[in-house]
Ligand binder design. Structure first.
Ligand SMILES: C[S@@+](CC[C@H](N)C(=O)[O-])C[C@H]1O[C@@H](n2cnc3c(N)ncnc32)[C@H](O)[C@@H]1O
Length: 264
């Protein structure tokens, strides 16, 4: 069966994060652009067993917020990989400013063709970003390739969790610029097919629905005027409409979020 995909390329995603999209997501989520902020990074770090001896690869590292937290709290080394120039430059600038450049390095590149040798990393890590990636099978194969034997794959992602109409599917994906989303079972199957052993998978969807409601409240009450002033009323209306769509779909159990841990 061929999978339904929106016509999204890595270039279209980079346009979002090079422009207003990246700024808006940082406004709503903070410099760690994922649901659950620093707490979620700690949960994932514990589950992945990140420690002082670990070399972590953050796949889609954006502004480097999680990388800096991991280095500060766990003393590990981190390599961040991201395809968007503005994200790469900002991550380097903020890391330099934080005095952490000796423990973190960044590479501008595509997660589907990672510029790393096989068996390089103790932990391959991702937070709420792989929903943008056009080929999850190849992504997970790349993650498995660059992991050391005994290493850990640890990630959270936005997921398709229930049936929806074609129009709803298209509107939800088009607003976010997602080519398609995986299911938690789908990710587990991809990890096993890539030779990994899934040790934990958790559906975080109820918490996701609460978070999306929170982002909608922030847009309407805290950031309305700032968005209009900077980007115009049309952009504000599109943002409110898109997040409302996501709020409704998450409340109805059609979209959600999950966490998966697997070992090589
Ligand atoms: C939601 S942000 C990631 C947030 C980050 N994980 C965090 O927790 O702060 C999505 C990021 O994925 C990156 N991205 C999307 N597709 C990519 C690809 N194929 N290869 C590398 N980076 C990609 C974008 O450039 C963007 O910076």
């Amino acid at each position: 069966m061929t999978r339904k995909k929106l016509d999204v390329t890595v270039g279209s995603v980079s346009e979002v994060y090079d422009g207003a999209g990246g700024i808006l997501w940082e406004m709503l989520m903070g410099e760690q652009i994922h649901v659950g902020s620093e707490d979620e990074t700690d949960i994932l770090a514990r589950k992945a067993g990140v420690g002082a001896a670990s070399h972590v690869l953050d796949v889609c590292s954006a502004l480097g917020g999680p990388a800096r937290q991991l280095v500060r709290k766990y003393g590990c080394r981190v390599t961040g990989l991201d395809a968007t120039r503005r994200m790469d430059e900002e991550a380097r600038r903020r890391t330099e400013e934080a005095g952490l450049s000796d423990k973190i390095d960044y590479r501008l590149g595509n997660a589907l063709d990672m510029p790393f040798k096989a068996g390089t990393f103790d932990v391959v890590w991702g937070q709420d970003a792989w929903c943008y990636i056009t080929d999850k099978e190849r992504l997970i194969e790349e993650c498995a390739r660059v992991l050391k034997p005994g290493g850990t794959l640890a990630f959270t992602d936005w997921l398709e969790t229930g049936p929806m109409t074609d129009d709803e599917w298209t509107a939800l994906h088009a607003f976010m610029v997602f080519p398609y989303m995986e299911t938690l079972e789908g990710y587990a199957a991809l990890a096993e097919a890539a030779g990994l052993t899934v040790v934990e998978k958790e559906d975080l969807s109820p918490d996701f629905a609460r978070s999306i409601q929170g982002y909608l409240d922030m847009v309407k009450h805290d950031f309305r005027q700032a968005i209009i002033d900077n980007y115009g009323k049309e952009m504000y209306d599109a943002v409110e409409e898109g997040i409302t769509l996501w709020r409704d779909a998450s409340a109805a159990g059609k979209v959600g979020r999950g966490r998966l841990i697997a070992r090589k």
